[in-house]
Write a protein that binds this ligand. Structure first.
Ligand code: MRU
Length: 362
């Protein structure tokens, strides 16, 4: 079974239908923006980086065969359709940041008289295609930075020169399926394994959509990493008895003060980790960091259909008639976060804004 969530070549885009995993491995064609919006909204592709990449590439495949009479009409199409794609899922910021960057590029190219409409189209296609490789490179850097930070933390806490293999816990799915490849928090796990420093990884089931049980467990089994699945309700018991060295999770949107929106359940894991003195890390590329909002209070939390709670597949598990509340994400306050692992280094939440601003100015 394939772990490549996105298959792209110029003019053609396919995504691995994550609603069918791990039972069926089937690719779906994404022929344009309307398909892109639907597969993101239905969560056939999910995970903040993968959402942005598929969204932008869905526009690339739509634009590729089209002929534009003017740069202005191409610019209008790019802006209108990217803004539409942003609306497919509201919490993850990656799609919005990518859309803003591509709209800025389109505006600059429109103003540049030396560029023809065909050249502008080619530049746009290249910029969207570059997202795939950049995401994998960023994830590899996140993996290395995160593994180093965890091992240093353990070495310092236990007073040894070099930390031995460690046990970690992760939540939701942040691996190859949620990105262009390698993964963010799961990239940290992969890197620990590559260093020979992964004793064990625990992954949560991640109700109600079960990204942990269906997708992360699938990736871990596929990679033959030493792994155990736990239910969301077992995290406190796990941290109490299993000597877990660190928790590492992904992010859908990190606010300027370090507050982090991630899959529902992340916040309670952070509270439990604090209680047990276990460091809690967020692994996030710069494309998940939203410096425009001061705190997590400004993050829109997507509320998903009740059916995701009341049913498992076609099978109803909840009593008919019960009311449901199904927020897809929660916000972990910065005070519970030990470090934010990015492709440029690991930052304390309180230092994030200054450090990222410096990086963006370079
Ligand atoms: C690298 S993926 C980071 C986050 O997007 C991930 O942790 C998460 O919360 C995914 O939520 P999902 O609802 O499955 O899109």
């Amino acid at each position: 079974m394939s772990l490549q969530s996105i298959k792209y070549q110029r003019g053609s885009l396919e995504i691995l239908d994550q609603l069918l995993l791990p039972v069926v491995s089937k690719y779906l064609p994404v022929r344009g923006v309307e398909d892109g919006w639907k597969v993101i909204n239905k969560m056939q592709v999910r995970g903040a980086p993968a959402i942005a990449i598929v969204g932008c590439l869905s526009l690339a495949v739509e634009i590729y065969p089209e002929e534009f009479s003017s740069k202005k009409s191409l610019r209008q199409e790019i802006e209108g359709k990217l803004n539409y794609l942003v609306s497919a899922r509201p919490t993850a910021v990656n799609m919005k940041i990518s859309a803003d960057e591509l709209i800025t590029l389109a505006n600059e190219l429109t103003k540049d008289d030396a560029i023809t409409v065909e050249e502008m189209k080619q530049r746009f296609l290249k910029a969207t295609e570059a997202m795939l490789e950049k995401d994998i490179a960023d994830n590899r850097a996140i993996g290395a930075n995160g593994a180093k930070a965890i091992l240093e933390h353990v070495a310092e806490a236990t007073g040894v020169a070099t930390a031995g293999p460690v046990r970690v816990l992760t939540h939701c799915n942040t691996g190859s399926l949620a990105t262009a490849g390698y993964g963010t928090a799961l990239g940290v796990v992969r890197n620990l394994s590559e260093l020979g420093k992964l004793e064990h990884v625990y992954c949560t089931e991640t109700r109600p959509y079960n990204q942990g049980a269906r997708l992360t467990a699938y990736e871990l089994v596929h990679e033959k990493l030493p792994a155990t699945l736990v239910l969301d309700s077992m995290v406190a018991a796990l941290l109490r008895v299993k000597n877990v060295a660190a928790v590492v999770v992904g992010a859908d949107r990190v606010a300027a003060n370090g507050d982090t929106a991630n899959k529902i359940g992340t916040y309670q894991i952070a509270v439990v980790a604090k209680h047990h003195g276990v460091p809690f890390y967020v692994a996030a590329p710069l494309t998940s960091i939203d410096l425009e909002i001061p705190s997590g209070d400004h993050i829109i939390i997507e509320v998903r259909p009740d059916r995701e709670m009341t049913h498992v597949g076609e099978h109803r598990i909840a009593a008919p008639g019960i009311n449901c509340w199904n927020p897809a994400f929660d916000v972990t306050p910065a005070s519970l976060i030990t470090g934010i692992i990015t492709e440029h280094g690991v930052f304390k939440p309180e230092a994030l804004k200054v450090e990222i601003t410096k990086l963006l100015e370079l």
